[in-house]
Design a protein around this ligand. Structure first.
Ligand code: HEC
Ligand code: HEC
Length: 197
């Protein structure tokens, strides 16, 4: 009976510890990704309004963003040194690590009226981002859903002012569209896409 109890206890410990032992920190890329937590949250689960969520990010888009920051196409004094570091230490492993993390939508509170106004205006985005907002890798279009509204809005303003990847031919259409949208409506669109799951 005592041996059985001990066995049962050992089993229990294994079951409880199992997921922790084979947890996210075991993946290649996990140790390099730790420094990103300071701004992007643990495992890329940003809870802030301004820092993008990296958990669940598509690897192709992650790599493009890193290359753009490292090359100074997307100007960010915060990101440039980290992007260069990621390229040196193995962008594929780090991309795979973040892609494997479960995405939980931003907890930033949204004004329901802004979400409703944004919903009506969001039809213009679905041509490229899809009705679901999840993007389209074939067209190089990223997922917008569940990102913090402050981050989405800031990127739309950067497009509008041609300050994100300035002069990029492939982004001409999205920038032209942003210029037709008043800033208040950009905030509504950000609230809407942040609310989509
Ligand atoms: C000091 C804070 C800080 C640290 C540390 C940091 N980032 Fe960032 N990151 C930012 C900011 C701010 C932005 C948004 C910049 C902008 O306006 O484009 C960003 C944006 C990004 C984006 C673009 C996301 C998107 O949706 O386009 C990626 C990818 C990214 N970071 C990856 C990383 C990785 C990987 C690391 C760790 C190696 C890291 N970051 C460390 C501040 C940081
Ligand atoms: C003509 C196609 C097109 C249309 C229409 C479009 N987008 Fe995009 N959008 C893109 C592409 C392509 C990117 C990726 C840019 C890059 O690689 O830097 C993008 C990126 C973004 C980003 C940055 C995401 C991130 O993680 O950094 C935001 C925010 C965004 N779009 C919002 C919108 C909204 C809101 C609308 C509708 C009002 C819209 N877009 C309409 C093509 C489009």
């Amino acid at each position: 009976m005592r041996v059985f109890t001990v066995l049962l206890l050992v089993l229990l410990v294994l079951v409880v510890a199992g997921p922790a032992v084979a947890g996210p920190l075991d993946m290649p890329g996990a140790s390099q990704a730790l420094v990103c937590s300071a701004c992007h949250g643990f495992a890329g689960e940003s809870r802030s309004n301004t820092m993008p969520i990296l958990a669940g990010i598509a690897p192709w888009y992650f790599k493009k963003a890193i290359q753009d920051y490292a090359a100074g196409k997307r100007t960010s004094p915060e990101m440039e040194p980290y992007a260069k570091m990621v390229l040196q230490s193995g962008v594929d492993d780090i991309a795979a690590y973040f892609a494997a993390q479960a995405r939980t939508a931003s907890p930033v509170k949204l004004d329901p009226a802004a979400v409703e106004r944004g919903r009506a205006a969001a039809v213009q985005c679905t041509l490229c981002h899809g009705v679901s907002g999840k993007g389209d890798p074939a067209k190089g279009v990223p997922d917008l859903t569940g990102q913090p509204p402050g981050y989405l809005r800031s990127q739309m303003l950067l497009f509008k002012a041609d300050r994100r990847s300035p002069g990029d031919e492939q982004l001409k259409a999205v920038k032209a569209l942003m210029r037709t949208i008043p800033d208040e409506q950009l905030a509504d669109l950000a609230a809407y896409w942040s609310s989509v799951r």
